[in-house]
Design a protein around this ligand. Structure first.
Ligand SMILES: Cc1cc2nc3c(=O)[nH]c(=O)nc-3n(C[C@H](O)[C@H](O)[C@H](O)COP(=O)(O)O)c2cc1C
Length: 185
Protein backbone atom coordinates (compact mmCIF):
# COMPACT_ATOMS: atom_id res chain seq x y z
CA UNK A 1 0.00 0.00 0.00
CA UNK A 2 1.64 3.27 -1.08
CA UNK A 3 -0.06 5.53 1.40
CA UNK A 4 -1.83 4.44 4.58
CA UNK A 5 -4.43 6.72 6.13
CA UNK A 6 -4.82 6.04 9.82
CA UNK A 7 -7.67 7.48 11.86
CA UNK A 8 -6.68 8.26 15.44
CA UNK A 9 -9.35 7.93 18.09
CA UNK A 10 -8.56 9.33 21.51
CA UNK A 11 -10.56 7.82 24.37
CA UNK A 12 -10.34 10.97 26.48
CA UNK A 13 -11.71 14.37 25.62
CA UNK A 14 -9.68 16.75 27.79
CA UNK A 15 -7.60 19.32 25.97
CA UNK A 16 -4.28 18.25 27.52
CA UNK A 17 -4.95 14.51 27.30
CA UNK A 18 -1.79 12.42 27.47
CA UNK A 19 -3.44 10.00 25.07
CA UNK A 20 -3.95 12.78 22.58
CA UNK A 21 -0.27 13.64 22.98
CA UNK A 22 0.60 9.96 22.50
CA UNK A 23 -1.33 9.95 19.23
CA UNK A 24 0.68 12.96 18.08
CA UNK A 25 3.90 11.19 19.05
CA UNK A 26 2.78 8.07 17.16
CA UNK A 27 2.17 10.22 14.09
CA UNK A 28 5.74 11.52 14.28
CA UNK A 29 7.13 8.01 14.67
CA UNK A 30 5.10 6.31 11.93
CA UNK A 31 6.98 4.91 8.95
CA UNK A 32 7.00 7.09 5.84
CA UNK A 33 3.73 6.74 3.96
CA UNK A 34 1.55 6.40 7.08
CA UNK A 35 -0.53 9.45 7.89
CA UNK A 36 -2.65 10.15 10.96
CA UNK A 37 -5.78 12.26 11.18
CA UNK A 38 -7.73 12.59 14.41
CA UNK A 39 -11.40 11.78 14.86
CA UNK A 40 -13.42 14.62 16.36
CA UNK A 41 -16.36 12.95 18.04
CA UNK A 42 -16.93 14.99 21.20
CA UNK A 43 -20.48 15.75 20.05
CA UNK A 44 -21.58 12.09 19.92
CA UNK A 45 -24.52 11.93 22.36
CA UNK A 46 -25.00 9.31 25.06
CA UNK A 47 -26.36 6.17 23.51
CA UNK A 48 -30.11 5.94 23.75
CA UNK A 49 -32.14 3.60 21.58
CA UNK A 50 -34.96 6.17 21.50
CA UNK A 51 -32.57 8.70 19.95
CA UNK A 52 -31.40 6.16 17.39
CA UNK A 53 -35.00 5.33 16.53
CA UNK A 54 -35.48 8.97 15.54
CA UNK A 55 -32.53 8.78 13.13
CA UNK A 56 -28.80 8.25 13.48
CA UNK A 57 -27.24 11.42 14.95
CA UNK A 58 -25.05 13.29 12.43
CA UNK A 59 -22.02 13.04 14.75
CA UNK A 60 -22.32 9.24 14.76
CA UNK A 61 -22.68 9.03 10.99
CA UNK A 62 -19.62 11.28 10.62
CA UNK A 63 -17.54 9.11 12.94
CA UNK A 64 -18.68 5.90 11.25
CA UNK A 65 -17.82 7.30 7.82
CA UNK A 66 -14.39 8.38 9.02
CA UNK A 67 -13.77 4.86 10.34
CA UNK A 68 -14.97 3.29 7.10
CA UNK A 69 -12.84 5.62 4.98
CA UNK A 70 -9.63 5.01 6.95
CA UNK A 71 -7.20 2.24 6.05
CA UNK A 72 -6.59 1.58 9.72
CA UNK A 73 -7.50 2.85 13.18
CA UNK A 74 -5.18 3.78 16.05
CA UNK A 75 -6.89 4.06 19.41
CA UNK A 76 -5.15 5.75 22.35
CA UNK A 77 -7.21 5.79 25.48
CA UNK A 78 -6.97 6.34 29.20
CA UNK A 79 -8.08 3.64 31.60
CA UNK A 80 -10.98 4.67 33.80
CA UNK A 81 -11.59 2.62 36.93
CA UNK A 82 -9.67 -0.36 35.54
CA UNK A 83 -11.70 -0.34 32.31
CA UNK A 84 -12.51 1.42 29.04
CA UNK A 85 -13.45 5.11 29.27
CA UNK A 86 -17.18 5.72 29.02
CA UNK A 87 -16.57 8.18 26.19
CA UNK A 88 -14.85 5.57 24.03
CA UNK A 89 -17.27 2.74 24.88
CA UNK A 90 -20.21 5.02 24.13
CA UNK A 91 -18.74 5.96 20.73
CA UNK A 92 -18.11 2.31 19.84
CA UNK A 93 -21.64 1.38 20.96
CA UNK A 94 -23.07 4.02 18.62
CA UNK A 95 -20.85 3.00 15.70
CA UNK A 96 -21.88 -0.62 16.23
CA UNK A 97 -25.46 0.43 15.42
CA UNK A 98 -24.51 1.78 12.00
CA UNK A 99 -25.40 -0.78 9.33
CA UNK A 100 -22.47 -2.75 7.93
CA UNK A 101 -20.32 -2.68 11.08
CA UNK A 102 -17.80 0.11 10.25
CA UNK A 103 -15.01 -1.53 12.26
CA UNK A 104 -15.40 -4.84 10.40
CA UNK A 105 -12.09 -6.09 8.94
CA UNK A 106 -10.40 -2.82 9.94
CA UNK A 107 -6.80 -3.11 11.14
CA UNK A 108 -6.62 -1.53 14.60
CA UNK A 109 -3.76 -0.84 17.00
CA UNK A 110 -4.27 0.27 20.57
CA UNK A 111 -2.13 2.01 23.13
CA UNK A 112 -2.78 3.78 26.37
CA UNK A 113 -1.33 6.42 28.63
CA UNK A 114 -2.30 6.73 32.26
CA UNK A 115 -1.03 8.55 35.31
CA UNK A 116 -1.05 5.27 37.19
CA UNK A 117 1.97 2.95 36.93
CA UNK A 118 0.35 0.18 34.86
CA UNK A 119 -0.29 2.29 31.80
CA UNK A 120 -3.81 1.07 31.15
CA UNK A 121 -3.16 -2.64 30.72
CA UNK A 122 -6.42 -3.61 32.37
CA UNK A 123 -8.50 -1.54 30.01
CA UNK A 124 -6.66 -2.68 26.87
CA UNK A 125 -7.89 -6.24 27.33
CA UNK A 126 -11.44 -5.00 27.79
CA UNK A 127 -11.06 -2.92 24.64
CA UNK A 128 -9.76 -5.89 22.67
CA UNK A 129 -12.88 -7.83 23.67
CA UNK A 130 -15.18 -4.99 22.60
CA UNK A 131 -13.40 -4.58 19.26
CA UNK A 132 -13.68 -8.34 18.75
CA UNK A 133 -17.45 -7.92 18.83
CA UNK A 134 -17.03 -5.54 15.89
CA UNK A 135 -14.92 -7.95 13.81
CA UNK A 136 -12.01 -5.51 13.99
CA UNK A 137 -8.55 -6.95 13.36
CA UNK A 138 -6.51 -5.83 16.34
CA UNK A 139 -2.71 -5.94 16.33
CA UNK A 140 -1.61 -8.22 19.17
CA UNK A 141 2.00 -7.15 19.75
CA UNK A 142 3.94 -5.12 20.57
CA UNK A 143 1.73 -3.71 23.29
CA UNK A 144 2.34 -0.14 24.44
CA UNK A 145 1.38 0.89 27.98
CA UNK A 146 2.55 4.37 28.96
CA UNK A 147 2.41 4.39 32.76
CA UNK A 148 3.24 7.44 34.88
CA UNK A 149 2.51 9.55 31.82
CA UNK A 150 3.05 12.74 33.81
CA UNK A 151 6.78 11.88 33.86
CA UNK A 152 7.03 11.03 30.15
CA UNK A 153 5.51 14.05 28.41
CA UNK A 154 6.65 17.64 28.84
CA UNK A 155 4.37 20.59 29.52
CA UNK A 156 3.75 21.00 25.77
CA UNK A 157 2.64 17.38 25.44
CA UNK A 158 5.80 16.20 23.72
CA UNK A 159 6.77 12.61 24.46
CA UNK A 160 10.23 12.99 25.97
CA UNK A 161 10.84 9.50 27.38
CA UNK A 162 13.29 7.76 25.05
CA UNK A 163 12.26 4.20 25.91
CA UNK A 164 8.61 5.02 25.28
CA UNK A 165 9.45 6.65 21.95
CA UNK A 166 11.32 3.50 20.92
CA UNK A 167 8.39 1.29 21.99
CA UNK A 168 5.90 3.43 20.10
CA UNK A 169 8.07 3.49 16.99
CA UNK A 170 8.30 -0.31 17.11
CA UNK A 171 4.54 -0.59 17.45
CA UNK A 172 3.99 1.69 14.46
CA UNK A 173 6.37 -0.42 12.36
CA UNK A 174 4.51 -3.58 13.40
CA UNK A 175 1.21 -1.83 12.66
CA UNK A 176 2.37 -1.04 9.13
CA UNK A 177 3.24 -4.72 8.59
CA UNK A 178 -0.09 -5.80 10.13
CA UNK A 179 -2.04 -3.48 7.84
CA UNK A 180 -0.14 -4.90 4.87
CA UNK A 181 -1.06 -8.43 5.94
CA UNK A 182 -4.76 -7.99 6.73
CA UNK A 183 -5.98 -5.03 4.68
CA UNK A 184 -8.66 -5.93 2.16
CA UNK A 185 -7.61 -5.21 -1.38
C1 LIG B 1 -12.79 8.68 36.13
C2 LIG B 1 -11.32 8.37 36.16
C3 LIG B 1 -10.90 7.09 36.43
C4 LIG B 1 -9.53 6.77 36.40
N1 LIG B 1 -9.15 5.47 36.59
C5 LIG B 1 -7.85 5.14 36.38
C6 LIG B 1 -7.46 3.76 36.37
O1 LIG B 1 -8.23 2.87 36.56
N2 LIG B 1 -6.14 3.48 36.11
C7 LIG B 1 -5.22 4.47 35.89
O2 LIG B 1 -4.05 4.16 35.67
N3 LIG B 1 -5.58 5.77 35.90
C8 LIG B 1 -6.86 6.13 36.13
N4 LIG B 1 -7.25 7.45 36.09
C9 LIG B 1 -6.23 8.49 35.91
C10 LIG B 1 -5.89 8.64 34.46
O3 LIG B 1 -4.84 7.77 34.15
C11 LIG B 1 -5.44 10.08 34.17
O4 LIG B 1 -6.47 10.98 34.51
C12 LIG B 1 -5.03 10.24 32.72
O5 LIG B 1 -4.32 11.43 32.60
C13 LIG B 1 -6.24 10.26 31.80
O6 LIG B 1 -5.83 10.24 30.44
P1 LIG B 1 -5.74 11.57 29.56
O7 LIG B 1 -4.52 12.31 30.04
O8 LIG B 1 -5.61 11.07 28.18
O9 LIG B 1 -7.01 12.37 29.79
C14 LIG B 1 -8.60 7.78 36.13
C15 LIG B 1 -9.05 9.09 35.87
C16 LIG B 1 -10.38 9.37 35.87
C17 LIG B 1 -10.83 10.78 35.50
Amino acid sequence: MASINVLGICGGLRAKSYNHSALRAAAELMPAGMHLSLADYADVPLFNQDVQDQGMPAAVTRLAEAIRAADAILIASPEYNFSVSGVLKNAIDWVSRVPGLPFKDKPVAILSATMGPLGGGRHQYELRKILGSQDALVLVKPEVFIGLAQTKFDADGKLTDAATRTALEGQMQAFERWIGRVALR
